[in-house]
Design a protein around this ligand. Structure first.
Ligand code: ZN
Length: 329
């Protein structure tokens, strides 16, 4: 699976960066979008991602740079022939915002549109129902409230454990003939032979392998809510709007500085951190000549030794390989 950054600028687009949107592409072809800033539909096409494949849009919060593109995106999906249902999840208000614009512009998508509104729970995260039900990628998704000026969540996406590696030689030695029984054993299911003997999957397969874990955050000055659930994640995506000299601005606007995001990634023991939502002052050629993207990256990396830190650029794709590590409880 892979995550493609369709927009990486904070607040407003620059000449190089569009506003926030990410596309998560599953191995079976399904695509989930995370946020949907204005003109995300253009970026989707530049990235070569088929709009028809988009089945879910996870919105972190309703600030315009994260959501003003959803109306055009839904029209884009319809024009490209999407017929299966699309789910839109986000904090309360997302349904009213989207359905009002669709109604006033007399647009009815040619696919069912389902909304899930995420109210702040007393404590802990909010578990989203599986989508679509019966999907070949039954990841669990939980939303967690972050500190921001507007109701805002981060999403934790967790893959179920994968069966361990199958050993044909062990299966043969145990007396299981090659064929459908092998398929069952590979999926972790015990089989019964014609002579009545039973073979457990554990006899011919290595232990279960852990599933991947991704944290995809909205804007925030404090994401401690996700420290526990996000431990040892494969990939974390968090904003870095300011360098550390602008900490006061970050706190006033409830955004993150480089070291705030880096320190958080270290507490998570994240394998990879992608920094995005960069202020235009670091991206335009005529912006701050002292503080650059490279210096922002250095500030983040210094705060989380051991974590691979990547700067998101528009149309950057990050591969997220499946893990062969055994599942630990
Ligand atoms: Zn915001």
């Amino acid at each position: 699976m892979r995550l493609t950054f369709l927009g990486t600028s904070a607040g407003a687009p620059t000449r190089q960066r569009n506003v926030t949107c990410q596309a998560l592409s599953f191995d079976d072809g399904a695509v989930w979008l995370l946020d949907c800033g204005e003109a995300s539909q253009h970026q989707l096409m530049k990235a070569g991602i088929r709009p028809k494949q988009v089945e879910r849009i996870l919105i972190t919060h309703l600030h315009g740079d994260h959501v003003y593109g959803i109306f055009g995106m839904l029209a884009c999906l319809a024009i490209h022939g999407r017929e299966a249902a699309v789910q839109v999840a986000g904090p309360r208000g997302v349904r009213e915002m989207v359905s009002t614009v669709l109604r006033l512009s007399d647009f009815t998508p040619g696919f069912p549109l389902e909304f899930i509104e995420l109210d702040r729970p007393e404590q802990g995260g909010i578990a989203l129902p599986a989508w679509p039900s019966g999907a070949a990628h039954p990841w669990t998704v939980t939303a967690h409230y972050l500190v921001h000026r507007l109701a805002c969540v981060g999403y934790c996406l967790h893959e179920p454990p994968r069966p361990g590696r199958f050993h044909p030689a062990r299966a043969r030695a145990a007396g299981a003939p090659e064929g459908p029984l092998w398929g069952q054993l590979q999926r972790g299911v015990a089989v019964s032979l014609a002579d009545g003997r039973r073979i457990e999957a554990a006899e011919v397969c290595d232990p279960l392998r852990r599933g991947r874990k991704l944290l995809l955050l909205g804007d925030t000055s404090d994401a401690d809510e996700m420290i526990a659930i996000g431990q040892d994640c494969d990939l974390a995506v968090r904003e870095v709007t300011y360098d550390d000299s602008r900490r006061d601005n970050a706190l006033a606007w409830q955004h993150s500085t480089a070291s705030m995001t880096g320190t958080w990634a270290q507490r998570l023991r994240a394998k990879t951190l992608v920094m995005t939502h960069l202020s235009a002052r670091y991206t335009d050629e005529d912006a701050d000549p002292v503080r650059t993207i490279a210096s922002l990256h250095a500030e983040v990396a210094a705060a989380c030794p051991g974590t691979r830190v990547i700067v998101a650029d528009d149309l950057l794709t990050v591969e997220i390989p499946a893990s062969d590590e055994p599942l630990t409880t």
